[in-house]
Design a protein around this ligand. Sequence first.
Ligand code: 5GP
Length: 252
Amino acid sequence: MGSFMTTLTVPEKLKLIYEGKAKRLYETNQVDKVLIEFKDDLTAFNGKKHDVIASKGILNAAISAKLFTILEKNGIATHFIEQVDERTILAKRLKMIPLEVVCRNIAYGSLIKRVPLFKPGQKLNRPIIEFFLKNDELGDPFLSEEHIISLEIVREDELNEIKRITRRVNDVLKDFLARVGITLVDFKLEYGWDLNGDLILGDELTGDTMRLWDSKTGRILDKDLYRKGEPLSEVLKAYKECYRRIVLEEVP
Ligand code: 5GP
C-alpha cells in the first residue's frame, strides 16, 4: 500500500483508551483528537465467533477513510480527519451516544425476525431507520423512539437530527456504491458529540457494518459471509473486492 500524505503533523499516540472487537482507540497529545487502529479481528454473534484475517484491518481502514471522505465532501460532519498509516485514521474525539442507528433499503437480517411481514430481499418503499442500544451485555436490544426519549439517551430534536443525517448518509453512500456496482442493503451508524457539543458521525463504514451486495449477481461482499460460516478465504476475497471497488473505484 502506498505512502500516506499527511497535511498536518500527526499527534503523538498516547495511551489506549478503548479496545473494541475490531478497533483500538488511542488518546493523543491533542485532547480533541484520537487515533483509531483497525484490527484484523473479525467477530460475530456478540463476540461468540471470533477469527483473525491478516490484512482485514488494512482493507477496512482504507474503505472507511474513503467513505468518510465522500460524506465530508457532501457536507456531512464526520469524525474523520485523515488516514495516517495503513491501518490507522486520525479522528475527532467524540463522546459517543450509546445507540446503533440502522438504516435499511432492503429487508434482511434482524428486521425479518422482528417483523416477519417483510420478506428477505424485499426492496423497501422508503428507507427504514431503527435504533438499538449499544450494549453487548444486554445483546443490543431494539429501542423505539419513545424508549430513547423516555430513557433520556437523546432529546427528541436530537433524535430527529440523527434521522435527518442518517437519511442523507444513506443517499450519498447508496449513490456512490451504485456507481461501483454495489447495492447498499443496510448499515449501522454511531454518532457522538464533539468538544463543541456538535453532533458528529463516528465509528466506521466498512463491510463489518454494512450489507453490500454485488448489483449484478447479488453476491454478498460483507461480513454476512462470516456470519453464514463461509471459509475465511472467501470472506477475505469479498473484503478485497470491496477495497478494489470502493478505494480504487474499479467498476466491475
Ligand atoms: P441487523 O439488525 O439486520 O442484524 O443489521 C443491520 C445492519 O447493521 C447490518 O449491516 C449489520 O452489519 C449492522 N449491524 C447491526 N448491529 C451491529 C453490530 O452490533 N455490529 C456491527 N459491526 N454491525 C452491526
